[in-house]
Design a protein around this ligand. Structure first.
Ligand SMILES: [Zn+2]
Ligand SMILES: [Zn+2]
Length: 331
């Protein structure tokens, strides 16, 4: 049996290192990780308040109090619609963030090694986990979490958790909802500035009337634009990985999972039911711990020779090994 690969983070790999070197986080690392989470949530809440105060309450205020779920929201019908619209994305982003951060990314449990189902050369045991348990080909050891994670994509300091098969949907949804929310902040605040300009008789009065609140609003527009740029980078990486059935960790090894259509790939990450794709609900997984990794040339060879991939037998009910394969399904 070979020693398995391990990764400290998405940037580094120690494929060639035989020595077991546990990664130790110092207090500074832990403090920074905690702060990143706190800052993200505080910024989301602060921007929500800012949009309400600067845009909605200022330009869509009505004497008649609209008692939504929160008492004291004084908005006309347009303001109420705009309020509900951006709150939807705010809550979806917050829920996705906490789910990505707190849920199990796909930590490997003690599973029997699939002796007899896979060739011995394909069965590895993790030398870095304390109990040296079976490590599927598509599981990777995270040096920060000190555990093996199935289909580990990367360890994300932003959510202070690994991103693996089981929380990848929440991670991507956090990015998507956060991006839409940031776009809305920019549109609302810029629209507010345009209305302010139209309602100011002389331009110089606009500059005289500038307060610290306006400066904060401008800072939030810049911050939201920066967030959008950052999120687009992450989303583009996630798109590439989903398209090629590869995690970020596997992309460093230049290895791929068995190819599927893009739609099937989306189903693997977001679940079978498309209705729930944009909602942070737990997806129904269609993966198997016995999935293998292939080099690009091996994929081409198998596809050109019209041979079956081993994975194709996992779901074949006629196969004599079907019941044995079933117990390796991700649930
Ligand atoms: Zn491990
Ligand atoms: Zn991790």
């Amino acid at each position: 049996m070979q020693e398995s690969d391990s990764y400290e983070s998405i940037e580094s790999s120690d494929d060639d290192h035989d020595e077991v070197k546990p990664y130790k986080r110092d207090y500074c690392d832990i403090f920074l990780e905690r702060m990143l989470s706190v800052v993200t949530v505080v910024l989301l809440i602060l921007s929500n308040y800012l949009v309400y105060q600067f845009f909605l309450r200022r330009w869509f205020k009505e004497d008649r109090k609209f008692y939504l779920m929160i008492r004291g929201i004084e908005l006309d019908n347009t303001g109420t619609c705009l309020f509900i619209f951006y709150q939807i994305f705010f809550f979806l982003a917050i829920i996705s963030y906490f789910k990505a951060s707190l849920s199990d990314p796909g930590l490997m449990k003690n599973l029997e090694p699939p002796v007899g189902l896979l060739e011995d050369s394909l069965i590895n045991f993790c030398q870095k986990c304390e109990d040296k348990k079976w490590k599927p080909q598509r599981a990777h050891h995270c040096k920060i979490c000190q555990k093996c994670v199935f289909r580990m994509d990367h360890h994300c300091r932003w959510i202070n958790n690994c991103v693996g098969l089981k929380n990848q949907k929440y991670f991507i949804l956090f990015l998507v909802h956060c991006e839409i929310y940031c776009i809305l902040i920019i549109i609302y605040l810029i629209f507010s500035a345009v209305l302010l300009y139209q309602n100011t008789p002389k331009l110089f009065m606009l500059f005289i009337g500038i307060t610290w609140k306006h400066i904060v609003a401008i800072l939030f527009i810049i911050l939201s634009a920066l967030f959008i740029f950052l999120i687009n980078e992450f989303l583009s990486d996630q798109y590439d990985c989903i398209k090629t059935n590869q995690t970020t960790v596997e992309s460093f090894k230049k290895k791929f999972g068995r190819p599927h259509s893009f739609f099937n790939q989306l189903q693997i990450v977001f679940g079978q039911d498309q209705f729930y794709w944009l909602i942070p609900t737990k997806p129904k997984y269609s993966c198997n711990y016995l999935e293998l990794l292939y080099k690009a040339e091996e994929l081409v060879e198998t596809l050109q020779s019209n041979s079956d991939f081993i994975e194709d037998h996992f779901n074949d009910q006629q196969s004599e090994y079907y019941q044995s394969f079933r117990k390796y399904r991700v649930s």
